[in-house]
Structures are given as structure tokens and as C-alpha cells.
Ligand binder design. Structure first.
Ligand code: UD1
Length: 439
């Protein structure tokens, strides 16, 4: 059996979620041959063709290209080059361009990951596609299904809900996802608890991240006399959500909440382009020390004394992973970083009042600080004192992608055997009998 699987990526957090899947799909035939247990689970024996589509939602080399290199992702087969825009125009543009690619390629399976605009746009285009005769469409699979913040002011929440409801296979990364999907009435047979592919990437990349020189580049190692240089304590910051950075007052109160920690140690801030632009627009440049230049080994002390946050370019995956691994504390409003710090056992303060990833708070190292100055300061104090007791959520074991591929192939086999992936059309309306004509 030959299967064509199309995988969509578009924005930074997609790349680490998709990379393990591509590897698992490409390696599947070999693993079936090597692992008899796996072979008994499926009778798939022929080729799997992977078509990688990049929508171009993120396009800067630091937001996109560097991740392809760090994650050893193959170059995209199709690049839609949509670029930035309002939510509606970006989503519409992706849908229009993706529809042509889909009609040309007609994959058996479409995999979308996460909750960005590219996820919804491509899922939605595929859900309505119909290759003229005999009316089939790809199986739509959503990786990272079921997460809910219950905050519909977040564009990602809208993307998650709609993508889940139009998907045929929902791959869930934590328990809360199972509960959320059940309560929304999604049939159980569509839902598969598989674990977390972002954690697959993290575990596969940890050793390579240790070789990153980023700590030296940022002057965070003190020139020790042995081969291992001691690392100065530092906090790592990422803030990019529109609700946090698009309003001057909100951004200022977050920065004020960080004042205390910035006086105690270096705060390293690889800033998203949106945040960098807002800092300039709001005239807040003097709250930061700018640039990613190397500095002398005690430079971090001086920056700390002045209480300035060090704003640098966004980093590649391996450099950022290395910085997370050694950080005393991570402060963030990202979803994925809450998961990555949980896996690494690094204390995390999330600058939001809700999370769609509750497992990171229940069993991991994450606390929700809200967005007020006081809330952030208190959460940081607590986290700096805490001796972290955390355990890894179920299925965050580096094998999520393999579990997903197993389900995908079994599903394809079942559906192939009945020869269809029908577009469900509502039954034709009953024919109206003409009203009797009065004689
Ligand atoms: C998107 C995701 C968000 C994710 C984030 C990670 C949605 C709705 N949001 O938000 O969930 O956490 O990615 O980064 O999909 N820009 C550049 N270069 C780029 C990309 C963006 O300069 O390569 C700038 C542009 O000014 C753009 C702005 O960033 O207008 C926002 O980019 P966009 O893709 O719309 O959303 P993100 O805020 O990145």
C-alpha cells in the first residue's frame, strides 16, 4: 500500500512538533522490518510519501530557517510564502494557496499541528475539498488536539476548537485534552492519547543542545580554570502574546514585575519581532540592554546591577534549548515553553491568567502569575525559592510520533479496505410533490 501524507508547518512552534513525525514516517518502513511487534500491529508494507508544506506564516531566518537546520528538517516540498497579515487575511491567503496545493497533490492524510493560523487554515481547506469524482478528501489529523484555555479572546483557542471539530483523528498530548474533547461531544473513536511530539524533539535534541556555545556568546559562563565553566545564574524571558505586548500599560506592568529579578541576575530576552517592534513604538528602549554581542565574563554582573533586561535576537532551537536547560528560572507567555520547562525540571512563571496545558501546573514546574506587576514579582520569588518536585506527564517519553504514525497507518489501512474517504453529504432533500392543481 502506498500512502501520501502531507504535513503542514507555518510558524515557529510548529517546526519542533512536526519534525519527529517526519522522521517517524520516513523511518517507519525500516522499523517495521526491524521490530516484529510493530509489524504485527499493521500490515503496511509499502511506501509512505511525505509531502512537507510550509505556509510561510513565519519567514525570517531566525523565526523559520534556523529551525529547519537545527531540527534537521528537510526543505519544504511546497512553500506557500503567505507572510504576515491580519488574522482574516492571513488565514484566507493560506486557504487559497493551500487549496491549489492540496488539489494537485491529493494526499491520503493531512497532518496539521498545534494551534496557529496555518493549522486552522489548512485543516479547513482540506475539510471542504473534494476531488471531483468520486468525492473524496484526505483524512485530517490534528496533533496536539484537545487543549483548551477556555479563553476565546485568544486566536489560538479559536484555532484549536475549530481544528478539532473538523479533524478525523485527534492526537492528544495530556489528560485534560481527553476530558475537553469528550465534553465537546467528539466521538471517542477519533481520539488517541499519544503524548507530546514537542517533547520528542526536546529529548532527541538535548545532547546536541549541550554543544551550543550560546552561554559563552552571551557571557554567561565565568572563565573557570577547568574544562567546565561555571554558569552564572540567569533568568530567561520570552513575551510575545498580543494581549501582553500590544498595549503599552500591559507591557510596562510585566517589565515592572521583572525589575526585582533583573537586579539580582541577568535576564536574557530573545525577543519576538512583534515585541521588539512594540518596545520601539512605545519608547521603552531604555528598559533594555540591546544586542547579542559577546561580553566579558563578568558582564552579566554589571547588567544585573543596572537592572536591565538583555534584549537579543530570537534564537535558534538548539541555542534556546541550551539556555532553558541552564536557566535558574524561565518567565514566558508561550504555550510550548511551559511544556519544555516541565520536561527539563526548570521553574517556569507563566505571564498569563490561564493555560491550555494544565498538566504543566499540576505535575510540572509551571505557575500561573497573571499579568499584574505584583503577581509576576510574587510568582518569581516563590519559584526562585521552590525546590522543584515535578514528574513527567504520561506519554512525554520521546515516542509520541511513533504512536501517531501507528494510528495513521492503521486508519489508512481500514479506510482503504472499504475504498473510500467519503465527503459526508447531507441526504438529498425529499422531492417535493407538486401541489395538486385545482381543476
Ligand atoms: C504566532 C501564533 C502564536 C505562536 C507564535 C510563535 C497565531 C494566531 N499565532 O503568533 O500562537 O505562539 O506564532 O511565534 O498563529 N513577524 C516577523 N517575522 C516572522 C513572523 C512574524 O517579523 O517571521 C512579525 C510580523 O510583524 C507579524 C508579527 O510578527 O505581523 C506576528 O506574526 P504572526 O504570524 O501573525 O503571529 P505571531 O505573533 O508570531
Amino acid at each position: 500500500m502506498n500512502i501520501k501524507v502531507m504535513i503542514v508547518v507555518g510558524a515557529r512552534p510548529n517546526f519542533m512538533k512536526a519534525a519527529p513525525l517526519i522522521r517517524a514516517l520516513r523511518g517507519y518502513h525500516n522499523s517495521v522490518t526491524r521490530d516484529p511487534a510493530s509489524a504485527s500491529r499493521t500490515t503496511v508494507s509499502a511506501g509512505i510519501q511525505v509531502v512537507l508544506v510550509h505556509t510561510g506564516q513565519h519567514y525570517d531566518s531566525v523565526m523559520s530557517d534556523s529551525f529547519f537546520a537545527d531540527l534537521s528538517l528537510p526543505a519544504p516540498d511546497i512553500h506557500l510564502a503567505v507572510g504576515s497579515g491580519s488574522h482574516a487575511s492571513q488565514t484566507a491567503e493560506i486557504m487559497t494557496r493551500f487549496e491549489s496545493a492540496l488539489l494537485r497533490e491529493m494526499p491520503d492524510v493531512l497532518v496539521v499541528v498545534g494551534d496557529v493560523n496555518s493549522t486552522l487554515a489548512c485543516g479547513l481547506a482540506a475539510a471542504k475539498i473534494c476531488s471531483d469524482v468520486p468525492g473524496t478528501r484526505p483524512i485530517i489529523a490534528h496533533v496536539e488536539a484537545g487543549l483548551r484555555s477556555f479563553d476565546r479572546s485568544m486566536p489560538e483557542e479559536i484555532n484549536r476548537i475549530l481544528t478539532d471539530h473538523l479533524s478525523d483523528l485527534l492526537f492528544v498530548s495530556e489528560d485534560s485534552g481527553l476530558r475537553n474533547l469528550a465534553s465537546e461531544g467528539i466521538p471517542a473513536e477519533k481520539i488517541h492519547f499519544v503524548g507530546n511530539t514537542m517533547i520528542d524533539s526536546l529529548l532527541a535534541s538535548r545532547d546536541r543542545a549541550r554543544a551550543s556555545r550560546i552561554l559563552d556568546v552571551l557571557g554567561l559562563t565565568r572563565g573557570g580554570n577547568g574544562s567546565v565553566s561555571p554558569v552564572a545564574p540567569y533568568a530567561l524571558l520570552t513575551i510575545h502574546r498580543p494581549a501582553n505586548v500590544d498595549d503599552r500599560g500591559s507591557l510596562l506592568s510585566i517589565l515592572d514585575g521583572l525589575d526585582e529579578v533583573a537586579r539580582e541576575c541577568a535576564v536574557i530576552f530573545p525577543a519576538h519581532p512583534r515585541t521588539r517592534n512594540r518596545v520601539r513604538e512605545f519608547g521603552l528602549e531604555d528598559r533594555f540592554e540591546w544586542g547579542s554581542q559577546g561580553r566579558d565574563s563578568n558582564g552579566w554582573d554589571r547588567a544585573g546591577q543596572r537592572g536591565l533586561i538583555r534584549l537579543i535576537e530570537p534564537l535558534g532551537y538548539l541555542d534556546f534549548l541550551r539556555l532553558m536547560m541552564e536557566a535558574r528560572l524561565v518567565v514566558t507567555d508561550s504555550g510550548g515553553i511551559q511544556e519544555e520547562t516541565t520536561c527539563l525540571g526548570v521553574p517556569c512563571v507563566t505571564v498569563r491568567s490561564n493555560t491550555e496545558r494544565p498538566v504543566t501546573v499540576e505535575t510540572g514546574t509551571n505557575v500561573l502569575a497573571g499579568t499584574s506587576e505584583e503577581g509576576i514579582r510574587n510568582a518569581i520569588r516563590r519559584q526562585l525559592k521552590s525546590s522543584s518536585h515535578h514528574c513527567l506527564p504520561e506519554g512525554w517519553d520521546g515516542k509520541a510520533a511513533i504512536r501517531i504514525v501507528d494510528v495513521l497507518l492503521r486508519t489508512c489501512e481500514d479506510r482503504r479496505s472499504i475504498e473510500l474517504r467519503p465527503v459526508r453529504q447531507p441526504p438529498n432533500p425529499p422531492l417535493q410533490t407538486a401541489s395538486p392543481v385545482a381543476p
